[in-house]
Write a new protein. Structure first.
Length: 187
């Protein structure tokens, strides 16, 4: 069983988190551990028609972002890694400087110290030098930065096509390949 931690922060783009959870839910050999910030729940209501209960039901285990005693706050909790999707610049800064103010930042800090896979899906534009330096620091620490930048070689027709491509990139980081993958096959 591959366990993946999913942190959802207050940046715009909760649709990416919901899509990732849906696709992981369909995989019987993956167990998801979800933690959402307060602003993530607000953005969920602002940006989607999903309810918080619907999203929580997609995860195998759900934690409060205030629960610093949760299993995912410890290096002894064995897992394949963590995705922060979408990642606010506040969370990126918190993780880059080891300021574990909430469970998302603490779990990411543990992921880094245990040298496990950490995927950051930053959702901010434009990026300031501060943002770029924080993301660069995380990349140097081993995090994989996968911004939600659309690709057009696959001829997307819908917003869901764009979201699917982003989710594919995140799943690729964990070596998970699904039938929905629409990949470049050469010209």
């Amino acid at each position: 069983m591959q366990k993946i931690i999913i942190g959802v922060t207050g940046a715009s783009g909760t649709i990416y988190a919901v899509d990732l959870l849906r696709k992981l839910r369909a995989l019987p050999d993956v167990e998801t551990h979800l933690v959402m910030s307060a602003w993530a729940t607000k953005n969920l209501a602002l940006e989607t028609t999903e309810t918080l209960a619907d999203v929580k039901a997609l995860a195998d285990v759900v934690y409060s972002d205030k629960d610093q005693g949760a299993a995912i706050a410890s290096g002894s909790f064995l897992n394949a890694g963590m995705v922060i999707v979408p990642a606010s610049m506040k969370t990126v800064a918190s993780v880059a400087y080891g300021f574990g103010e909430n469970l998302i930042a603490r779990a990411a800090d543990v992921t880094i110290k245990e040298q496990r896979k950490l995927v950051i899906v930053p959702r901010e534009t434009p990026l300031s030098v501060i943002h770029l330096e924080n993301l660069t620091k995380l990349a140097r620490l081993g995090a994989q930065i996968i911004p939600p930048i659309p690709a057009f070689y696959n001829h997307p027709q819908t917003i869901q096509d764009l979201v699917d491509h982003q989710t594919m990139k995140v799943l690729d980081a964990f070596g998970i390949h699904t039938a929905m993958d629409r990949r470049w096959e050469g010209d």
